[in-house]
Design a protein around this ligand. Sequence first.
Ligand code: L34
Length: 295
Amino acid sequence: MTAKIISGTETAKAIREELKQEVDQLREKHNVVPGLVTILVGEDPASQSYVTAKTKTAKALGIHSEQVTLPAETSEQELLAIVDKYNNDVKINGILVQLPLPKHINEGKVLFAINPDKDVDGFHPVNVGKMMLGEQCFLPCTPHGILELLQRSGTETSGAEVVILGRSNIVGKPIANLMLQKRKAGNATVTICHTRTKDMAFHTRRADIIIAAVGVPKMVTADMIKEGAVVIDVGVNRIGMTSEGKAILAGDVDFESVKEKAAAITPVPGGVGPMTITMLMKNTVQAAKQAAGLI
Ligand code: L34
């Protein structure tokens, strides 16, 4: 069997078309223009490319978009002052501080400083708590994107054995929580594996759905999966450079071998990555509607 390819690029495009219409309507009917600011500290090339893509996508949808780029030496205090400025800026509905931050800045402190109503990343403890309780909130973009991919590809999650590789605050922990909830793309039986897991393959081999978010290139190989599993690859690892200076990317899944055994698989690039960016746009539109009292 050769797996069906679940295209994040195509799914993201469809969602962006829906969003574009919504943004047009908000502007024409309600005089509301959603606003997003992205804040990047330092010069990590991957972060730079993600933030640039976020700004560009926002503009293409008619979202007012600002990009703040700060040197790596920026102090925590300076960053907190900038966050506060945007907390009080009525043109801005969403504030995104790209992670990771330089070591001398306390990430938790910065995320806590963002007004939860503008926390379109869903990383503020208030939104994390609401998510955990299944209340209306901003869902973190990568897990949100995974839920949409599962749902729109018609993957049955109810009662499914889902094995998640990785326990990060950005992906592993939230996607596990969301998929066990009574919700769309939920009702799963969830297992989380991590660096201290004794026998990862024991778990992955019985999984109906595998979500790999470990940051180790091609770690999941065909012998680790069950015939007919659905495989979601969250990893975006830079494994080299072309002669033209472009990054060569690999996922956490050994795509070539796994696609011969899986029922469906997301590629890298063009899988979860574009969905992350698109769900940020969705959250920004949601923030603008909430700020305008429309929901
Ligand atoms: N605050 N920090 C904050 N929010 C986030 O949601 C993120 N994340 C992760 C890193 N830090 C963050 C992202 O934006 C990862 N991430 C992200 C976003 C987009 C892509 C990958 C990771 C993406 O578009 N990937 C493309 C390839 C792009 C390339 O050439 O590098 C893909 O097709 O997978």
